[in-house]
Design a protein. Structure first.
Length: 408
């Protein structure tokens, strides 16, 4: 199958294979790519077999959540047989793709492997076409600089298709529909407690694994991104991330974002997980809750991220820093709860959700010194080990002076 022939199609057999290939190029692991692609396809499968636009499927694929790698129809206990003689990866290109920034990697896969045009890539990534083209060109140039003999632009498409070869999307359209029905049934069962359907959205390729001194499976990760070590719980003084490059360059923006999110995750870990025993990664998506394009142009905006446990964890913490209330996420919007303003005895004013249990979600919003607005949300988004987080913990966290936007 030629990937570009399926670009405008629906989720039929050929496009299911295309989705599987994209997933493998994005996450770099056959088993996890298979589970991810099946989950995304199942969510879009209908009992009537109505076709689903492929661009919609790909849009969900590049915004995967941790739960997408552990589908509901997979039994809790699972044994996988692996050929230990082949090593963790058989494709140098797959390994190289995982070191690229998330947005350029996704743009390159969508254009080079899936064969999408500039407008379609922009629609999937929800950016303007010139930005999507810049990201794809950036990824191609970085790869070509490493292996000019094999990954030159003229040969890269063929190399992408070869690297995606091991991806196999299991099941048939009927199986996808059955999985979809299972998702609906399980969602109904969990709706009262839950949190799966309202999870904080995580972007494939934008999860960075935190270094805990042990090997952690790298799903949807960027191994080349900096890995923060467990910091001291006591702030040593605000040291905002400062851009040392041309901020109008998308590559510079990606570099600043990785540094900033690494620094912000360290602050969260310092307050909520000082022993470094729970959180293992951070993530973000492509929508304004996580990155406002206007911010990079010198205007108002907001940046955010989520800190979570990649395997077996239920609790996620969303942190957003905004230039003001106009660009900040509204308190209560994430957990669908009511918020109230309170002034503490030290004179500080906070906006707090009326919920006080992490199972229902806790939100705290604060504007220190009338400046930038800090929003923190802690809630359980799936089943697993729960982190003991209180509203007092979040009130302390939002007052940390290190929670600042990068200086551009």
């Amino acid at each position: 199958m030629a990937p570009d022939a399926a670009a405008a199609g629906s989720a039929d057999a050929s496009s299911r294979a295309l989705v599987g290939g994209c997933a493998l190029l994005l996450v770099g692991d056959v088993a996890r790519a298979d589970r991810l692609s099946q989950t995304v396809l199942a969510r879009h499968a209908s009992a009537a077999g109505a076709p689903v636009p492929l661009l919609r499927v790909l849009r969900d694929l590049v915004r995967a959540r941790p739960g997408d790698f552990e589908p509901p129809w997979v039994a809790a206990a699972r044994v996988e047989l692996r050929d230990t003689g082949t090593g963790p990866s058989t494709s140098p290109l797959l390994d190289a793709l995982q070191t690229l920034p998330a947005e350029p990697r996704a743009a390159l896969v969508l254009r080079g492997y899936a064969g999408l045009g500039a407008a379609e890539v922009a629609e999937v990534l929800q950016v303007d076409p010139p930005t999507g083209e810049r990201w794809s060109d950036q990824a191609s140039q970085e790869l070509a600089a490493r292996r000019p003999d094999q990954w030159a632009p003229g040969r890269l498409v063929a190399e992408l298709r070869s690297a995606a070869g091991p991806a196999v999307v299991g099941g048939t359209a009927a199986t996808d529909r059955a999985h979809g029905r299972q998702l609906v049934r399980r969602r109904r069962v969990r709706r009262a407690g839950a949190a799966l359907a309202a999870a904080l959205v995580l972007v494939l390729g934008t999860v960075t694994v935190l270094d805990r001194g042990a090997e952690v499976p790298q799903a949807a990760s960027s191994p080349g991104a900096p890995a923060p070590s467990p910091p001291s719980p006591t702030p040593t003084g605000p040291e905002p991330v400062t851009a040392a490059c041309d901020i109008h360059n998308p590559s510079c923006q990606a570099t600043v974002m990785r540094r900033w999110r690494t620094a912000m995750s360290e602050v969260v870990v310092a307050h909520l997980d000082p022993e470094g025993s729970y959180f293992t990664g951070y993530s973000f998506s492509y929508d304004p809750r996580y990155e406002s394009r206007t911010f990079w142009a010198g205007g108002d905006g907001a940046l955010g991220l989520e800190v979570f446990r990649l395997h077996g964890g239920a609790t996620e913490v969303y942190v957003q820093v905004a230039t003001g209330y106009d660009t900040a996420v509204r308190c209560g919007a994430t957990t669908r709860s009511r918020c109230e303003g309170q002034r503490f005895m030290n004179g500080n004013r906070f906006t707090l959700s009326t919920t006080t249990q992490v199972e229902r979600g806790i939100e705290v919003q604060h504007r220190p010194d009338g400046d930038q607005v800090i929003t923190v949300v802690a809630r359980n988004t799936t089943r697993g080990e729960v982190l003991d987080v209180t509203r007092a913990d979040l009130v302390e966290l939002v007052q940390d002076p290190r929670l600042r936007l990068p200086v551009i």
